[in-house]
Design a protein around this ligand. Sequence first.
Ligand SMILES: CCCCC/C=C/CC(=O)SCCNC(=O)CCNC(=O)[C@H](O)C(C)(C)COP(=O)(O)OP(=O)(O)OC[C@H]1O[C@@H](n2cnc3c(N)ncnc32)[C@H](O)[C@@H]1OP(=O)(O)O
Length: 385
Amino acid sequence: MLRNISLTARSVLYSPQTSVRCFSSQSEFEDAQKKLKTLKEEPDNDIKLNLYALFKQATTGDVQGKRPGMIDFVGRAKFDAWNSLKGQTQDEAKTNYAKLVGGLVTEDAATAPEPTGPSIDGLDKVDGLEVSREGKIFKITLNRPKKFNALTLDMYKGIQKALEVSNNDKSTSITVIAANGTYFCSGNDLTNFKAAAGGTKEQVAEMANSAKVVLHDYVDAYIKHEKPLIALINGPAVGIAVTVLGMFDYVIATDKSSFHTPFAPLGQSPEGASSYTFPLIMGSLRASELLLVCKKISAQTAKDYGLVNEVVPDNEFQSQSQKAIEAFSQLPPESLRINKKLLRSFHKDKLLEVNDTECDLIAERWQSKECHQAIAAFIMKGAKK
Ligand SMILES: CCCCC/C=C/CC(=O)SCCNC(=O)CCNC(=O)[C@H](O)C(C)(C)COP(=O)(O)OP(=O)(O)OC[C@H]1O[C@@H](n2cnc3c(N)ncnc32)[C@H](O)[C@@H]1OP(=O)(O)O
């Protein structure tokens, strides 16, 4: 709340006979009304009351009619604030209104919290990622459209870092993960393990263990994320892009999106804490439908299963999702963090434990014959093109 506005502006509030510099005009008054809407923070109540009184004095002149009764606190306060300007001309009131708003705008600009925490510039150097601040939105965009935004090891590490940077960034209130291209994300880049295919047992084990650390820290960053985490699913989502959705706070999907977790065909196992979140969200049978027998589901089914909040027609997805995240980002940031912490606190320790268990298992699976055969088949398919 804006409390300590500049002395000049405040002086306007309490002296109806303020001497008026001749800079006021109807256009300044109208301009001030527009500027008021741009304030990053709402003024506090006594300033809002005076803006009301100046607006009424400017547009209607002296207050008329009876003072509201005792029980109508708000009506009485508004009447009294307006009445305190009795005798001020409409022109003077327009000038004082414009002056007050000018003070608020100056104060607002000076008090906009500086981003804190590490700069995001370094994150911009990660191939396949765009990290940006858009007003109060901290945005992470998957940007590897030619490979359907498949996640490289650097992208895992970059997203993890971006989530941590956003946690410490006081200038933004929500974190959004979006994607460029026709796919949201086709999951783990299966060539991540190419080097190990055909390697010695030790080389494969070494690859599996280093990938396990990357995966573990990546999922941990979602579990520990303190801001509302919102996913904008612009197309098909595969594998880990689906499983981590259980840790998001709001998911908007285009009706062209689909959700597929082909773990068994890949000789792999569920990750992203989904072995806990999916049964919790959708029940055991539906969780098995996705994570055990690996059915691909539509956006509408994902919504029915509780994995998606909103399904939007594809041609309206960009505009509707942008409107939604801008609205969410305007909610009081402290309340957002506190209420998310409450909602997630009961499961946090369990999620950390589940992540440990899932990572141990998948690291074993990456060393299995089934997994190697599946990855080799995918790579061969690409080679035959
Ligand atoms: C640190 C490690 C952490 C690991 C965490 C574990 C996570 C588990 C998972 O995420 S499992 C899921 C892994 N993903 C997949 O199995 C999907 C693999 N991709 C496909 O099956 C297909 O590409 C498709 C069904 C998504 C789309 O098929 P389509 O025929 O429409 O298109 P292409 O296959 O020609 O793909 C277009 C180009 O994109 C490349 N590509 C797509 N997905 C991936 C991927 N996951 N990994 C690597 N590359 C991918 C594909 O190779 C094509 O590229 P090219 O045009 O250069 O050949």
